[in-house]
Design a protein around this ligand. Structure first.
Ligand code: ATP
Length: 445
């Protein structure tokens, strides 16, 4: 059976990944968890999200029993999961609207395609809760035998729950992994626990030993010192999380980490670091708010640094439609690249479109215009710079008496190369694909 869960968390402490890790351990009493639990990131621009818009899933293979007891086994699993959601969900938080979906084997065929579509849509688009309800209605049979939804409050969590079931039923998406370690409950910040202890040196060691198969463990882009990106500062139970290309790589990295005692850990299969939220846009007219894009254009106006350190520049598409692009202050040194762009440079931008502005996650500089500086002409005899002969009267060399009509344009270095640039790990979205994951072909393409 497939179990999808979403929206049990709040900024005050809970985290749905913890509930999934707990359930993945507890549900072993009823069968085996196939593969790894799923941590699926959905549209990162959704306003209802608490942090990273995650939905969680477990593919549970029930221990084979006689058909008559299979039904009661399923019921026991469903009530176990619902009990845990009711206990752990932060239902008092206004933004928390838990949902869960249980799909049994006989419904896999019927639900596979529609839920694949729903999964892709939930990652790239905005879904109304009514769409989730009508899909659920189309699956539900009168005796709830093959499909069972559960929800609390407005049930918005059903959207993520259906989406993660779509991911579990379909294998054609790029998978990565995350090893998440969780704190002992008495150490949780919302229970008055101390700050997290994870030895930063051990994280650097873990990173050096396993990168590029793991990524975003440590951010080296800060001037002061390496910053451990994989340790959250929020109140949730996560101690640290290591992301990578394989379950082996993330587990190997975790083996180097020295930290306070963890209550449990779980390796999740995810869609993180894959850029699956990005849609190719031919024209800027296609761009809709709350969607994320890959779009090409020509720099229209150079970057302006606003109060707070945010950089904004504009680009135009081939039809002259203009949009603004932003590199916000947390993107750090990435802004230095943005500040060097000049009108006429061609770029491909990657990021979310909100308030008529594309928030940059990455940029590819495709071509650079030649920049010139204007200088006084050089005397062909003595090779020294000429002087102005007065307004609109050209230039002359006093010594050699040579003359020239106007200033000369000399090409200058742009201190910028074509190619990809990305925001630092500490500013990266969960779904954004880090350049370290790019193949040579992708880098050159
Ligand atoms: P965390 O990362 O800590 O687990 P979260 O950021 O996942 O928290 P949620 O509390 O799960 O945030 O809230 C996101 C809500 O938005 C959920 O109810 C989910 O079902 C819903 N949602 C997810 N994707 C979409 C979408 N594409 N369209 C509409 N609603 C969505």
């Amino acid at each position: 059976m497939l179990i999808g869960i979403d929206d049990t968390d709040s900024n005050q402490g809970m985290c749905t990944t913890y509930l999934a890790a707990l359930l993945a351990d507890e549900l072993k009493a009823y069968g085996t968890v196939a593969g790894f639990p799923y941590l699926i990131r959905l549209n990162p621009t959704i306003p209802y999200k608490t942090r990273g818009n995650a939905a969680l899933g477990i593919d549970l293979r029930l221990s084979r029993e006689s058909d008559s007891s299979l039904r009661s086994l399923r019921e026991r699993v469903v009530s176990h999961v619902i009990r845990r959601i009711s206990e752990y969900a932060d239902a008092d938080s206004e933004q928390t609207n838990p949902g869960a979906v249980f799909i049994f084997e006989e419904m896999y065929g019927e639900t596979k395609e529609p839920l694949n579509f729903f999964f892709q849509k939930a990652v790239t688009d905005v879904i109304e809760i009514e769409e989730a309800f009508s899909l659920i209605d189309s699956f539900k049979s009168s005796d709830n035998a093959g499909f069972f939804p559960f929800s609390m409050k407005n049930g918005r969590g059903l959207i993520g729950s259906l989406a993660v079931c779509g991911a579990m039923l379909n294998s054609g998406w790029e998978a990565t992994y995350e090893y998440l370690a969780y704190r002992l409950p008495e150490n949780w910040r919302n229970r008055g626990g101390p700050p997290r202890f994870v030895d930063p040196e051990s994280l650097i060691e873990a990173d050096l030993r396993t990168s590029p198969q793991t990524w975003d463990t440590v951010d080296y882009s800060k001037k002061s010192k390496p910053f451990p990106v994989c340790v959250p500062s929020s109140d949730d139970p996560v101690l640290y999380g290591i992301r990578g290309n394989s379950s082996q790589a993330v587990s190997a990295a975790a083996g180097f980490v020295i930290s306070e005692e963890a209550e449990r850990f779980c390796v999740f299969q995810t869609n993180q670091g894959t850029d699956s939220h990005l849609i190719f846009a031919e024209s800027f007219r296609e761009l809709k708010p709350l969607h994320s894009y890959i779009a090409g254009g020509t720099v229209h106006s150079p970057s302006e640094t606003l109060e707070g350190g945010h950089d904004i520049f504009s680009i135009a598409d081939q039809n002259g439609n203009i949009i603004e692009c932003a590199a916000y202050e947390p993107t750090g040194a990435f802004r230095h690249i943005i500040r060097r762009l000049l009108p006429g440079d061609t770029v491909t931008v990657f990021g979310s479109f909100k308030n008529q502005t594309l928030n940059l996650e990455k940029i590819k500089i495709n071509s650079l215009v030649t920049a010139f500086q204007s200088d006084n002409p050089v005397c062909p005899v003595c090779e020294k710079r000429m002087e102005s002969s007065g307004q609109n009267q050209g230039f002359r060399c006093k010594k050699c008496k040579t003359k020239a009509a106007g200033k000369v344009q000399t090409p200058v270095s742009r201190y910028l190369k074509t190619g990809f640039y990305e925001v630092p790990p500490s500013a990266r979205r969960h779904l954004s694909k880090p350049l370290i994951r790019y193949s040579e072909e992708e880098k050159n393409g």
